[in-house]
Ligand binder design. Structure first.
Ligand SMILES: *[C@@H]1O[C@H](CO)[C@@H](O)[C@H](O)[C@H]1NC(C)=O
Ligand SMILES: *[C@@H]1O[C@H](CO)[C@@H](O)[C@H](O)[C@H]1NC(C)=O
Ligand SMILES: *[C@@H]1O[C@H](CO)[C@@H](O)[C@H](O)[C@H]1NC(C)=O
Length: 408
């Protein structure tokens, strides 16, 4: 008698004694065996494998038919699995977080068929905690981080949260910004995303303006859809200060939209001059009416940034302003422009030209060049305590050497 002629009960009894892998092979032998033993295989997996690895595996590999069967035979659609077990079972996908559910995986791989299937079995669209693994994140975050727009839409249509406390990276809006995908942002706005929800004190606008790799379109889209400059600029000047690290176009856009800058804010100017150091940035700020004070000018002088100094001179600043100790710029240039880089003291704080500045291939000018620029621009030397000692017009009589001597 062949195996196939045995009564069903006996075949099932034999199957019971076989390991899962052998059973899987056996049911491939004949159609009737397949029909008879397949339910057994699923049920046995669900009974013996606490983790339901099969469900996770089939979800990751896009095997819709098998996912359907697992669910039919009672798999828990809300099962979760930790990263170590996922690695151990070699389930083929790249997780965004250490705790995964089948819905997370389907969203991650962007398989809308399986996402829909899991949703129809009432899969949990929120992040939730499991006893063993900790808390998973809402699957929509996986879909968004992986850039699957249709999956994001599908999950939004099924009530996925847009703003949930503790959501990875401060919520969907921030995730969409990080990806730089304006279509995703549009989708979120279509589903009434609020663009003014802060995460750790930082608004989406703060994030969007500060990345050099993000296009200005993103910032423009945020502004056009209700992102509030006033909120993001909680400490006046903050937003522009962040934008200085982004692109020049974004900076211009913010200035156009009325973002402002406290004109006398030394710290911030320091950062522009010593961190970003781009002439374009300074040029733009001058264009929008920002006038440097004497401290700022001396910083440019001492950092020997002839290019920036020249921009200030061309913008018509008064080169003969005096600092708190009564020094003019020319004096500073002559006395302080020594070839080694002395630390610059500002308001009791010592600072140096930052490495970023120098690694931007910024050329420092020779001290003589700085002095020359100042003299050409009309700068006069002035000694402390001798205000008025050199009235206007007397500068032709002095060489820079005289001045340095006279002021020591
Ligand atoms: C998604 O699921 C379908 C249906 O099971 C499958 O044919 C397809 O290959 C899957 N796609 C991906 C990207 O896994
Ligand atoms: C999965 O979780 C959701 C949300 O908690 C719940 O509504 C649903 O009933 C759960 N599904 C099953 C099959 O337990
Ligand atoms: C831009 O850079 C940030 C930080 O380096 C990164 O997290 C983000 O994914 C990048 N975005 C794009 C669109 O390249």
């Amino acid at each position: 008698m062949t195996l196939l002629e045995l009564p069903t009960e006996l075949i099932l009894l034999i199957a019971l004694s076989l390991p899962e892998s052998a059973l899987a092979q056996l049911l491939q032998v004949h159609r009737s065996l397949y029909k008879l033993l397949l339910p057994n295989l699923y049920q046995r997996h669900l009974r013996d494998s606490k983790l339901q690895e099969g469900l996770f595996w089939c979800t990751a590999t896009g095997n819709e038919a098998a996912v359907k069967k697992f669910l039919y035979y009672g798999a828990d659609v809300n099962a979760s699995m930790g990263i170590l077990s996922i690695r151990h079972a070699k389930i083929p996908f790249q997780p965004w977080l250490d705790v995964q559910t089948p819905l997370n995986i389907a969203a991650n791989t962007g398989n809308d068929t399986i996402v829909a299937l899991l949703l129809s079995h009432r899969a949990n669209v929120y992040g939730f905690s499991s006893r063993y693994w900790g808390t998973s994140q809402p699957a929509i975050v996986d879909a968004l981080l992986s850039g699957h727009e249709s999956t994001v839409r599908l999950l939004l249509l099924h009530g996925s949260p847009i703003h949930e406390p503790g959501m990875e990276q401060g919520g969907l809006v921030n995730c969409a910004i990080s990806r730089g995908q304006i279509s995703l942002l549009k989708l979120l706005v279509e589903f009434k995303a609020d663009l003014n929800i802060p995460s750790q004190g930082s608004y989406p606008l703060n994030r969007a303006v500060s990345f050099r790799n993000l296009s200005t379109d993103i910032v423009q889209f945020l502004l056009d859809n209700g992102a509030d400059i006033g909120l993001a600029d909680g400490h006046p000047g903050l937003l522009l200060n962040q934008a200085i690290y982004g692109t020049i176009d974004t900076l211009r856009l913010l200035l156009d939209r009325g973002a402002t800058y406290p004109p006398d804010d030394l710290e911030r100017w320091l950062e522009i001059l010593f961190d970003r150091c781009t002439v374009e940035t300074v040029h733009l700020l001058i264009e929008y009416g920002y006038a440097p004070n004497i401290e700022m000018l001396s910083i440019a002088v001492r950092a020997r940034r002839g290019d920036i100094l020249q921009l200030f001179i061309d913008s018509g600043v008064d080169l003969n302003m005096r600092d708190t100790r009564g020094f003019t710029l020319l004096h500073t240039a002559i006395v302080r422009c020594i070839p080694r880089d002395p630390p610059i003291r500002i308001g009791g704080r010592s600072t140096r030209v930052s490495p970023t500045c120098m690694s931007d291939k910024v050329e420092k000018d020779a001290p003589e060049e700085i002095v020359r620029r100042l003299i050409r621009g009309g700068g006069r030397p002035q000694c402390p305590g001798r205000a008025g000692a050199h009235p206007a017009g007397s500068r032709q009589r002095m060489s820079s050497g005289d001045t340095a001597d006279a002021c020591r």
